[in-house]
Design a protein around this ligand. Sequence first.
Ligand code: ZN
Length: 397
Amino acid sequence: MPPIIQLAEHDTAALHHFTALPDAQFTVLGPRRIPPLTCPSSSSDTAIPISTSTGFTMLKHSVYITHAQALSPDIVVGLADLPSGTTASTRRMQNMTARTEDWMQQMATANNDGHCLNLFASILPVELEAQRLYLEMLQNELSDSIDGLAFYSSASAAVIPAGLAHLPRLSMSSLMTPQQILREVMLGVDLFAVEFVNASTDAGVALKFEFPAPTDTYTRTTEHSHLHRKEMGIDVWSDEHATDLSPLTADCDCYTCEKHHRAYIHHLLVAKEMLAWTLLQVHNYTMINRFFTGIRRSIKKGEFERDVGLFEDIYEAAMPKGGGKGPRYVHTLGPRVLERYHVLKHLASQDSRLSTRILRPQRGKSESRGLQVTEDCSCSRPIVALEIQCNTRFSVA
Ligand SMILES: [Zn+2]
């Protein structure tokens, strides 16, 4: 298949058509993957580092604008200079806000020159004071040019100036539980990138929670709720499902639950069949769609705050951990390992005798002198393992 950019010409909804999503689902083009990945280099005044299927590269802001206009996603998040860690120096924060402000102005200008993209402005994950001038610029100069706001931390959702408060809010935070989503909904966030759906599927966990939470269980267990909190998922790896002919959840009408039972999906997991994760993902998307339908109904009825309290009382605070590794197992890399990885990857590209596969330091194994790393190449595709078979010439400590 040709690259999407070649297919995009003359297509007014290129990204939507390329991904074959139903019309009711949004496509979002943004500067950060979820979960974020630490890059080996820093942003410059004109570009940010990104991870691609062929390694890290710098993405120029001008190229990002061109691609956004060609792909016409439903939402374009403005390029932002985002910190890779949790803390940033004063100097770093000044650079971040200055660059993000500059890029947003350029993007709004390009958008006003004939393209009608739904442009969401990035709100930086730093304190209000550090981005006050940027927020004032958005409010005073760009409020007519932007269609929404994108957040990378829950705290940022609370610092919005009154002049921007009417705009839709998109969360690109790493949210790992339904409770974290509910708290962000209470802060006024409208759209979410729900990371824990993929994470649960990868871990072999079938989601099993509903909103509002079932109150019959609550009344029965309220005196000892700390002992009887309900699990929010089922570990399908567990041997207890090996002969279980019931569906993943009893009242679910998804394809997986209507056609297959737990024992079959357990068998597929143990056999490492990709169909296992596909069936789990079908079920988990159904459960999260029902969760958001429940949120909308609860808000409409004016019972949202009460329902959030009940949900937190009834369910465990964390998702259950799955018993096995999924198809997208990710190993977090330190900067030194990344540096070595790039050196070895370059060597592999220059020498046809070297085969490619992954990375992770092989400590304590004298016969193995290579690096092995697991690289997650996309949220929607299984891992492409990249291993570099090194002989002693490329030995590493
Ligand atoms: Zn189901």
